[in-house]
Design a protein around this ligand. Structure first.
Ligand code: NAD
Length: 336
C-alpha cells in the first residue's frame, strides 16, 4: 500500500483524500491543515489523522478539542508521496520541505510547470510519469482540453485548435472573490496562458485560447474549434471521443441544457459532493463546417481528482500501463 499524505485540505485536497481512500493499492496516512475548522472535524470523522500544516498553529487545534498527530514534518516522515493541494504558488514554496523529507510530491495546476518540470494527464503521458519524484497535475481547464485533443489528434491530426474558455469566477464555497454582474476578460492579454499550458503536456499541439470569467460558480464552459489534417465526419468524431476515457456525452434532448442541469445530474447520480469527474460534452453541439465545433462543460472542483490517483500509481510504479490505471481508478470512483 502506498502511503499518501495530503498537504492542504481544501476543495481539491479533500476530494483527493476520499478518492485515495477508495483505492485498494494506496492509503491516506494523514492530512495537514492550517486551520482547525469544520473541515478538520469532518476529516477526523472520516478517519483521517490530522496534522498541523503550520507547526506554530498546533495549539489552535488542541484549543478547540482537535487532537493532532503532529506537524507536517512528522507526516512527511511517514509518507511515500505527498499531494500538495495548497493555493497556487504555495506548492512551489513547499517543494524544499518535500525534498528534505525525501518524499515524492504531486503539485496542482495552480503551480507553474517548472515546479516539477513534468506536467501530467493520465491519457496523454502516464508512461512518462513512471517512477518520477515530482509531477504537476495540470489545471481543470488544461485537463479538460487534453482529454479531448489527445485522442482527436491521434486519429485525425490536429492542425490547429482554438478554445474559448468561459470560466466560473469562483468555487461555490468561495465568498471572497468573483465578479458581481460583470464579464471579465481574464487575462485581458491575448491569447491566454491556457494554450501554452496544454503544450506542457502535448507540446506538438498547435492551440490558442481565450478566457473570460463570468459570475457563476458551478462549472467552466469550453467552446472548441479544431482544424484537422484529415477530414472526419461528425460520426467519426463521436466514435473517437466515445472510446476516450472520462468523457461523458450529455444531450439537450434529455433536458441537459446548461451547467445547472449537469450539476443536477451529478446530484441525481448521488455523486459525492455532486462531482462530475468527466468532461461533459454536448452531443448536439458536435458539428463540422470545414472545422470541428463543440461545447464541453468542466466541473472545476473535481475533474483533476482521477488524474491525481493515476499520478500516484505511476510515480509509485504500482501499474506500468496507463490504460489499466485509468480503468482501475474509474472503477473504484464510479466513473463510467
Ligand atoms: P482551496 O483554497 O480550496 O484549498 C487550499 C487549502 O490549503 C485551504 O484549506 C487552505 O487553508 C490551505 N493552505 C493554505 N496555505 C497552506 C499551507 N501553507 N500549507 C498547507 N495548507 C495550506 O484551493 P483549491 O481550490 O483546493 O486549490 C488547490 C490547488 O489546486 C491550486 O493549485 C489550484 O490552482 C488547483 N486547482 C484548483 C481547482 C479548483 O477549481 N478549485 C481546479 C483544479 C486545480
Amino acid at each position: 500500500m502506498v502511503k499518501v499524505a495530503i498537504n492542504g485540505y481544501g476543495t481539491i485536497g479533500k476530494r483527493i483524500a476520499d478518492a485515495v481512500d477508495s483505492q485498494d493499492d494506496m492509503e491516506i496516512i494523514g492530512v495537514a491543515k492550517t486551520r482547525p475548522n469544520f473541515e478538520a472535524k469532518i476529516a477526523i470523522e472520516r478517519g483521517y489523522e490530522m496534522y498541523a500544516a503550520i507547526p506554530e498553529k498546533c495549539d489552535d487545534f488542541e484549543r478547540v478539542g482537535i487532537t493532532i498527530a503532529g506537524t507536517i514534518q512528522d507526516l512527511l516522515c511517514k509518507a511515500d508521496i505527498v499531494i500538495d493541494c495548497t493555493p497556487g504558488g504555495i506548492g512551489a514554496q513547499n517543494k524544499s520541505i518535500y525534498e528534505d523529507a525525501g518524499v515524492k510530491a504531486i503539485f496542482q495546476g495552480g503551480e507553474k510547470h517548472g515546479v516539477a518540470e513534468f506536467s501530467f494527464n493520465s491519457a496523454c503521458n502516464y508512461e512518462d510519469a513512471l517512477g518520477r519524484d515530482f509531477l504537476r497535475v495540470v489545471s481543470c481547464n488544461t485537463t479538460g482540453l487534453c482529454r479531448v485533443l489527445n485522442p482527436l489528434d491521434k486519429e485525425f491530426g490536429v492542425k490547429k485548435a482554438r478554445a474559448l474558455l468561459i470560466r466560473r469566477a469562483a468555487d461555490p464555497n468561495d465568498d471572497k472573490k468573483g465578479p458581481i454582474n460583470s464579464i471579465v476578460p481574464d487575462p485581458v492579454t491575448l491569447p491566454s496562458h491556457h494554450g501554452p499550458d496544454v503544450q506542457t503536456v502535448l507540446p506538438h499541439i498547435n492551440i490558442t485560447t481565450l478566457a473570460i470569467k463570468i459570475p457563476t460558480t458551478l462549472m467552466h464552459l469550453h467552446v472548441l474549434n479544431v482544424v484537422f489534417d484529415k477530414k472526419p465526419e461528425v460520426y467519426n468524431i463521436k466514435a473517437v471521443l466515445e472510446k476516450a476515457p472520462r468523457i461523458r456525452f450529455v444531450s439537450a434532448a434529455d433536458g441537459i441544457t446548461s451547467t445547472a442541469s449537469i450539476i443536477e445530474l451529478g446530484r441525481d447520480l448521488s455523486r459525492p459532493r455532486y462531482d462530475m469527474w468527466e468532461n461533459c460534452l454536448w452531443d448536439e453541439s458536435i458539428s463540422i463546417k470545414d472545422e470541428l465545433y463543440f461545447f464541453q462543460a468542466i466541473h472545476q472542483e473535481s475533474i483533476v481528482i482521477p488524474e491525481n490517483i493515476d499520478a500516484i500509481r505511476a510515480m509509485a510504479e504500482l501499474e506500468e500501463n496507463g490504460q489499466k490505471s485509468v480503468i482501475k481508478t474509474n472503477k473504484s470512483m464510479g466513473i463510467i
